[in-house]
Design a protein around this ligand. Sequence first.
Ligand code: DHB
Length: 305
Amino acid sequence: MAHLSVNLCGLMMKNPTMLASGVLDETGRSMLEVAKAGAGALVTKSVGKEPRQGHGNPSIVELQCGLINAMGLPNPGMEIYAAEVKEAKKGGVPVIGSVFGGTEDEIAELAGLMSRAGADAVELNLSCPHAKGYGAELGSTPELVESICRKAKKLATVPLLAKLTPNTSSISSLAVAAERGGADAVVAINTLKAMAISPEARMPILANKFGGLSGPAIKSIGVRCVYEIFESVKIPIVGVGGISSGRDALEYVMAGATAVQIGTAVWTEGLEVFSKTSREIMQFMEENGFESVKDMVGVAHPGRN
Ligand code: DHB
């Protein structure tokens, strides 16, 4: 009998869909709703050491093909957010705690704190495309990615996932660096640095000028990145970027992803996107003779299909 369950570096998921960081994950209660809607795992909001207000408005621009957002990593700080992680755990699916920091030591410390808060895994946000001193400013250099992962791995007591930026000439070099540093999996991709301008106002729309582009516009870039990474590392890959259907998820899986994350489509289509995506994957498996998602991982690569 075909089944949807996957084992992602020890995390047992009932299906390969996860909530991506940054959407409906401000509170434990909102994450419980996502679990109830059928997500196989939840990724929390990116949390830092101290409380952060984030950027002023406008912080989101809606486009035909996606969204550009520059929230500015708003969060209440790890100490307070720990209670939300505990609440989210009541959903009965793995909870992956996303953390960001301004230095290697801070990120490593947060990986430890997130483990202690009860997260089943830690995702390092090494890829926010626009926050000064954070994210992609640290995560674009393989050497830094490697040493951040090595330090975080020492303090994390649960599997470590490194979320990588596509705003680079070689995302597979970043993945190799994460693997060398001891990451248990990589997540690809975060948003692409982008902007929108209002001709009437003659100025950028976002208060922060630049933001991260997500949604359908970036799916083909994400699939390409996962495909390249799959040829470079042995650790599992989580695919993310523009997924809103079973077919989108299958592209990522066949490029090499063990599981997928859904973010913008939760915003545009609602919570049903998780059960719909799972149902469509299952239907494809039944029609095409696949017993498990694992059997489809990477099959788009030469010699694997
Ligand atoms: C923000 C963070 C991200 O990692 C991202 O991809 C886009 C926006 C933010 O908080 O602004």
